[in-house]
Every structure is written in structure tokens, then in C-alpha cells.
Design a protein. Sequence first.
Length: 94
Amino acid sequence: MSLPSLEERLEQSLADNKRLREQVAAYEATYRTMVERSHIGMALLDAHGYLCVANEPFAELLGCPVPLGTALLKLVSPDDRVMVRRHLDQSPEE
């Protein structure tokens, strides 16, 4: 029994990568559907605080349309920005 050639290993790695990307895309679609259909306001921010996903109930909570790619803090009342920033800066363990 011989070891797989470099080309075979590369092909397997590429196939594995494609399969994983497809799985991630399916999970993302499921999550997005769950958020969009929820009656509870939900949003997902990137690491810099910009909206990636937001549903209609979330827009209703804010009282304005929620354009994706907008910094959440721009949509929050100036009086609440310090509190929201503090909350966003907390790690999940806190």
C-alpha cells in the first residue's frame, strides 16, 4: 500500500474545503431564515459593531429602518450609546 501522492492529498483537501464551505453556507441560510421569521427583534453584528443581519421586529424596536452594514451605534439614541457600547465591549463570559 502506497502513500497518497501530493496531488491526491491536494484534491482531497480541496474536496473537504468545498464540503465545509457548503455546510457553513447551509448553516448560515438556516440561521438567517430563523432570524427573519422570528417575532423577537434579533440582529447579528460583525466584530466592529456593524449590522450583518437584522429582522423586522428589530427595526420596530429601533423605530427606524435597519440598513445592513450600518454601525449599530449610529441607530441608537445618543443618550444610550455609552450603555450600548459598554454592553458590546463585554465578552460573552462576563
